[in-house]
Design a protein around this ligand. Structure first.
Ligand SMILES: Cc1ncc(COP(=O)(O)O)c(C=O)c1O
Length: 408
């Protein structure tokens, strides 16, 4: 097995210095500053910067993308009796968060862009459906115009899962800002990373306050938080730490460089590729806004996909297919497909009387289009440190593989 990297892209001395300073400051907790100093905590400072970067009125940083999803769903009032539509290609956490809120995930098809198919959303939205979670997988923007149109028609909340898409845009707007709420993950395998961490954003103060209360059950009792006016309810603890805040403030400075380098590779590589025979470039809902993590190819059939993937492997090009990614495909989501929705039987949303009228079953042959698309898709992984010359060499290798695949 290859050794795991500490983060997906860039981390270094400035993060080390920031963490050292955070520890030396004696302040590791965002509230109730024990040192007596007046300055913002590092988590709060990150929240302010993320609000500015995304152009959102409110940001709440949490311990993870999952906890940000749960806090957002709670804020939106999602619970037993509600269905939430999620795509069949996303990390399992998107669907698990819906169960944590007591609601039922209804799983929709993706289209050839590997993101939620708005047609499937329109077909699936039913009387119990209260929200949709479009997921900008691998930094690829969803077709937000169509998703927002359907959501308006069907009266659905839109919670964007931008966990894999920090800084991506759709028609010039930052991903996560197009719906009612947006969430981000900063775990080690994300565009910016603090090991673990997350954030949610919204322009709605009421939603922010409810999310805040869910993220910190006792938070409203700290003197720092006397501006939280939402009615008190029992929340949990998803507070982000000052160590994570210190790292994120440094990562944020790196984000524009990370995105511009990834996008340079993406733009250059896509321009040089010569699709042929059964190999095509996959459609994108916004090529400019895509974070540039990978170049996505679409083949005509699974046999061609496997053939090309093998050729790429032999040529030393880092590539894989979503069909091989375990927890990101709905048919591997065991606890969901087998309706084990919680540890305690009475907390299992699939058994709750309030959910009796929701669609609880996941037929074995569900989502044929998603199965077909992922089995024909190849993702070429970009190296952020490639120069234009490196990209040209890689493009030559890929083109040779495409030619061989087309000829065989
Ligand atoms: C699309 C998506 N949603 C949600 C999450 C959950 O984020 P976290 O691991 O920070 O809880 C992830 C993390 O990999 C993800 O990729």
């Amino acid at each position: 097995m290859k050794p795991w990297r500490t983060t997906m892209y860039r981390i270094g001395n400035s993060e080390v210095t920031a963490v050292r300073e955070a520890i030396k400051s004696g302040r590791l907790f965002r509230y109730a500053n024990m040192t007596g100093a007046k300055e913002q905590s590092r988590v709060e400072a990150f929240e302010s910067c993320w609000e500015k970067f995304t152009g959102s009125a409110h940001c709440l940083s949490t311990t993870s993308g999952t906890s940000s999803l749960i806090c957002s769903l709670t804020a939106l009032g999602i619970g037993p009796g509600d269905e939430v539509i999620v795509p069949g290609y996303t990390y399992i956490a998107t669907a698990l968060a819906v169960l944590k809120a007591g609601a039922i995930p209804v799983i929709a098809e993706i289209d050839e862009s590997c993101t939620l198919d708005p047609k499937s959303l329109a077909e699936l939205a039913g009387p119990r459906t209260k929200a949709v979670i479009p997921v900008h997988m691998m930094g690829m923007p969803c077709d937000m115009d169509s998703i927002l149109r359907v959501s308006r028609e069907k009266n659905l909340y839109v919670l964007e899962d931008a966990c894999q898409a920090a800084g991506g845009t759709y028609k010039g707007k930052i991903l996560g800002t197009l719906g009612d709420m947006g969430v981000f993950s900063f775990n080690f395998y994300k565009i910016i990373a603090s090991g673990e961490g997350g954030a949610l954003i919204t322009n709605n103060r009421k939603l922010y306050e409810r999310a805040f209360m869910e993220h910190d059950g006792g938070g409203a009792l700290w003197p720092d938080n006397d501006d939280i006016k939402a009615p008190f309810f029992a929340g949990g603890n998803s507070r982000n730490s000052e160590i994570s805040g210190a790292i994120l403030l440094e990562q944020l400075k790196r984000l524009p460089g990370i995105l511009s380098d990834l996008r340079m590779v993406h733009r250059t590589l896509s321009g040089l590729l010569e699709p042929a025979g059964p190999v095509h470039i996959a459609p994108s809902r916004d090529t400019e806004g895509d974070c540039g993590i990978q170049t996505t190819l679409l083949t005509d059939d699974t046999v061609s996909m496997r053939k090309l993937l093998n050729l790429l492997g032999e040529a030393g090009v880092e590539a894989d297919s979503p069909v091989d990614s375990d927890r990101h495909l709905f048919y591997n989501w065991d606890p969901i497909l087998s309706q084990r929705g919680a540890a305690h039987p009475l907390m299992n949303p699939y058994k709750m009387p309030a959910n009796a009228e929701c669609r609880l079953d996941y037929p074995e042959d569900m989502l044929p289009r998603t199965r077909d698309i992922v089995s024909r898709t190849i993702m070429i992984r970009h190296n952020i440190d490639w120069s234009e010359k490196d990209v040209m060499k890689t493009a030559e290798k890929i083109n040779r593989c495409i030619q061989k695949a087309a000829a065989s």
